[in-house]
Design a protein around this ligand. Structure first.
Ligand SMILES: [Zn+2]
Ligand SMILES: [Zn+2]
Length: 337
């Protein structure tokens, strides 16, 4: 089968033939239908990153797929089922794994990517089964949607709360979408440029601001005060400090952005405002199912985040291009092209 293989930092992904994996006990073999490129995939090719992938690794964890074979002991999924596998592989046996949360497996969870390929294996217990009526094309955004949903569910807000979303990458877009679905009041997005403003507005963002020295004042003028909640989805150094400055006293800052750099900021500001500061990681399969059911009900606004659908041949260059700031939002591999 064709796959895009990571050889080492500084080198492009290499498209080459590799063996189709065999499903082990409790595993299923999946034909990958689509797989989005995520910031985490990019980070995992960076030698300075704490999670840099080993040579020979196949990245890609935002997959929609069809079950084409089942291994020994699989009695839940069957051939023909449409699924989205979780990006973490746990033991499949502990309470976290059985409960749909392999990220918090007590027996050593590992990243389970492998979506930049025609086929991959996954644990039966770590796949969300999709409604038959949902398109596998659309299902490729379920994983990033689940990340955005986690960012709301980890520290929910009251209906009518005013929200600021920092960052308009896929996670910020997904978080803004779920904030709108959760009956937020006004939602403002903040980004370094206006390139994704139309995508943000498509999922329910009411106002758009660019970062700059006047930002905090502009936001307070827009909301007529300080917003109740800031969803930090950008992960740049200084983003948490910015969120703390923006939000009202006794408000909430939910952090989804991954900042892999030292970031000096003054925690006292968060204490003086008595903020709730919540970090969010580790999606639950229930969130995948909720995202799938939402799309299946015809609420498909977040599909606006898909800006490019590419073939294998385009993947290495598209992957490199995403390391620079561009107009793309979610770039999705279709291995069948
Ligand atoms: Zn991701
Ligand atoms: Zn486990």
């Amino acid at each position: 089968m064709r796959a895009a293989v990571f050889n080492k930092p500084g080198e492009k992904l290499e498209i080459r033939d590799v063996a189709v994996p065999d499903p082990g006990e409790g595993e299923v073999l999946l034909r990958v239908h689509r797989c989005g490129i995520c910031g985490t995939d990019l980070h995992m090719t960076d030698a300075h990153n704490s999670m840099c992938a080993p040579p020979g690794y196949i990245l890609g964890h935002e997959r929609s797929a069809e079950v084409v074979a089942v291994g020994k002991g699989v009695n839940r999924l069957k051939v023909g089922d449409h699924v989205v596998p979780h990006p973490t592989k746990g033991c499949g046996q502990c309470a976290s794994c059985k409960g749909g949360s392999p990220y918090f497996c007590i027996n050593g969870p590992v990243p389970w990517f492998g979506g930049f390929a025609e086929y991959m294996t996954a644990l039966d217990a770590s796949c969300a089964r999709l409604p038959n009526t949902l398109s596998l094309d659309d299902a490729a955004i379920i994983e990033p949607l689940a990340v955005g949903l986690l960012g709301i569910e980890c520290n929910p807000f009251e209906p009518g709360a005013n929200i600021v979303v920092i960052g308009t990458g896929p996670v910020g877009i997904a978080a803004a979408f779920w904030a709108r679905q959760a009956s937020a009041g006004k939602i403002a997005a903040v980004a370094s440029s206006r390139t994704r403003e139309h995508i943000a507005r498509a999922v329910g963002v009411d106002a758009f601001f660019t970062t700059g020295p006047d930002l905090v004042g502009e936001l307070h003028e827009y909301f007529g005060g300080m917003p109740d909640v800031v969803l930090e989805c950008a992960g740049f150094p200084g983003a948490i400090e910015l969120a703390v400055n923006i939000v009202r006293p006794c408000g909430s800052v939910n952090v989804l952005g991954i900042c892999e750099h030292q970031d000096p900021w003054m925690p006292a500001m968060a204490v003086y405002k008595q903020l709730r500061l919540q970090f969010a990681v580790g999606t639950h399969l229930k969130m995948f199912e909720h995202a799938a059911n939402t799309l299946d009900r015809g609420i498909v606004d977040p599909l606006a985040m898909i800006t490019d659908i590419i073939a294998f041949e385009q993947l290495p260059d598209a992957f490199e291009a995403l390391k620079q700031r561009g107009a793309q939002c979610k770039v999705v591999l279709d291995p069948k092209l």
